[in-house]
Design a protein around this ligand. Sequence first.
Ligand code: PMP
Length: 284
Amino acid sequence: MSRTVYVNGHYIPEEKAKISIFDRGFLFADGVYEVTSVLNGKLIDFEGHAKRLERSLNELDMDHPVNTEELLSIHRELVSRNNIEEGLVYLQVTRGVADRDFAYPKSASPTLVMFTQAKPGLSNSPQAQTGIKVISIPDMRWDRRDIKTVQLLYPSMGKMMAKAKGADDAWMIEDGFVTEGTSNNAYIVKNSKIITRQVGHEILNGITRRAVLRFAAEQNIDIEERPFTIEEALEADEAFITSATTFVTPVIEIDGTVIGNGQPGSTATALRSIYLEESLKAAI
Ligand code: PMP
């Protein structure tokens, strides 16, 4: 069945949706994106994603295509037209269409594209029960990972490297320390304390990360925001990742070494259920 997607003000069937070959998103990866998950037909932490989008656009001097209110109504319209119960809404803004030139065009208007992906069972994925295996790879991305750009080739390569080794994902290493996962934030737990890298230009400031750390603090779980090494992770009691579409997912193996007892840890499991419960309550 064909989806209804959104392109620059129009709701159209996906097979009719077209973008110019001169779009700077296509030519220069000159674009930013957000992914908001949908549970029970409602948006999880829309406000967080809308704010981060605004920040990404500002950091790149890119025009805002619509205001937050309009953005919300497009999200809701797509969820409703495509009958999404569990899944996600993807949105991408590019600097727009202009003759090819490295310098930003003076008079391009931004392109806004949005579509849904149905993912039945998203909140109850097998990986939440079994945990995932990760490998470590060098972090070869640019230095502004706090901006959520569509330059996703290296994360794609990282996931393929993981797959080739029989793992599910990769954690990236820079100057000896873990930055983050290819599409998620990375955490370890040692002696009941959560350790995760502090935000900065080196990692994406995850919307899920912020919520999960807030819930952890409310549960009086200690949190240390600092870089950690893979060696420290191998000695941890637990490890896990967070992202909008994986929520909290346990990591049970790193570079072939079993973490803890090789089962999803109690902290990750508890945080996942609190995150899902609280996020559903606040969903709009
Ligand atoms: N880091 C990276 C590199 C990511 O791509 C993502 C997900 N887009 C995250 C972290 C997690 O961010 P969020 O919780 O906002 O999905």
